[in-house]
Design a protein around this ligand. Structure first.
Ligand code: F0G
Length: 379
């Protein structure tokens, strides 16, 4: 293969942050060009103007398989392949299975995915199936699948690519790097939807990595260093984790045995990163909170209808919670807030169509009818 010497293509987050990745840079890298997702500033939500808060959306739905999982999967699958693995396995509420299937396909290895029967969004199932994964439906929930994956991995030659695989978090920490690289410093608050709590942990690793470097290499400033080239922000955000009310073990302070929520991606009662998430909570000075399914869906509609950003229900949990905390003043005026939108809205078209308020108008194929439809709906 020849490449043009003047080529300057983005080739994924491992190459982009290679010096920060615990991976052999000379080995084979499995990438689909993940990362480098847009940070979209909200312009139209009235509440933000009223409370003088700047809200930015890290739109992770624009990763190759439509969720943040690709950041972790490029690392987990690259490591597995470099170690000679022939098969990966995961339990999933949908997005991890879609991502695992894609990266395994790219790598030419097998993927086995365990999903809760009847409880994953249609787009995610379609992805896992067409990308050639062996899809195993479990008559149980995600937590049952996770338990089985851990057990079977001790007996079969498969590498686990759930977020208990530390390489997953190393990939996902790059979202924090991108935010600091773009804003010039960390935001005041970073809000995420929480399921297993791998992603909130990974973001904290990323922010901390930049911040530690800064304090180590810079004695000139105590926070926002703009003097030395290559030195990043010493500031770290308060990390806020929002859960769906029916699946909120961090709010209950204990595991939840029968989690329920319309946001199926975070329908998890036994988080795998329990201790890490509490550490992040304590170190960052942030908090956990919960949102009802109605609040989650309202936030999904608000983002789609007033900012043109379509995310899946679980992702909207971060915005539902943030808006409530902005309104109450818990997130104070003058703050810069980043909300991670973890997955694309197209993952779950059924839930979107069921709650959409737009009219679906059917007409005869006549000019008069289309004109009438326009004029009677000008608003
Ligand atoms: N948002 C989406 C869209 C997700 O798919 C997930 C997790 C989360 C948030 C929560 O992230 O677990 O790191 O706290 N989905 C996993 C899966 C469980 O199987 O796709 P977390």
């Amino acid at each position: 293969m020849t490449t043009n010497a003047t080529e300057n293509r983005y080739t994924g987050l491992i190459n982009n942050y290679i010096s920060r990745m615990p991976i052999d840079p000379n080995g084979r890298i499995i990438s689909l060009g993940e990362g480098n997702t847009p940070l979209i500033e909200c312009h139209n939500i009235e509440l933000l103007k009223k409370h003088d808060v700047r809200l930015l959306l890290k739109y992770e739905g624009l990763n190759p398989t439509g969720s943040f999982k690709d950041r972790g999967m490029t690392m987990a699958v690259t490591k597995a392949v470099q170690d000679g693995s022939r098969a990966i396995i995961c339990a999933s509420t949908g997005n991890t299975s879609a991502s695992a299937a894609a990266y395994a396909s790219r790598a030419g290895i097998a993927a086995f995915v365990l999903i809760p029967e009847g409880k994953i969004a249609m787009g995610k199932l379609a992805q896992a199936m067409i990308q050639g994964a062996v899809v195993i439906q479990v008559k149980g929930n995600f937590d049952d699948g996770m338990r089985l994956v851990k057990e079977v991995a001790t007996e079969a030659p498969v590498d686990i690519v759930n977020s208990i695989n530390p390489y997953r978090l190393q990939g996902q920490k790059t979202a924090a790097f991108e935010i600091v690289d773009e804003l010039g410093e960390a935001p005041d608050f970073h809000c995420l939807p929480v399921g297993n709590a791998g992603n909130i942990t990974a973001h904290w690793i990323g922010y901390s990595e930049y911040a530690n470097e800064c304090t180590q290499s810079c004695s000139l400033c105590s926070g926002n260093c703009q003097f030395l080239q290559g030195v990043k922000s010493a500031k770290r955000p308060k990390m806020i984790g929002y859960q769906a009310a029916g699946s909120a073990p961090f709010m209950r302070g204990d595991m939840v045995d029968a989690p329920e929520t319309i946001a199926t991606a975070i329908r998890i009662g036994h988080p795998q990163s329990w201790d890490n998430a509490w550490k992040v909570n304590k170190e960052s000075g942030g908090w956990f909170d919960e949102c009802s399914d109605d609040e989650i869906l309202a936030a999904q509609r608000l983002l789609a209808g007033s900012e043109g950003v379509f995310c899946e229900p679980a992702s909207a949990t971060s915005v539902a919670g943030a808006l409530r905390d902005i309104e109450s003043g818990k997130i104070p005026a003058g703050s810069t807030v980043v909300c991670t939108l973890t997955g694309h809205g197209l993952k779950d078209p059924d839930t979107a169509i069921k709650q959409a308020t737009s009219k679906l108008i059917t007409i005869d194929a006549k000019l008069a009818d289309v004109k009438d439809a326009i004029l009677s709906n000008m608003g």
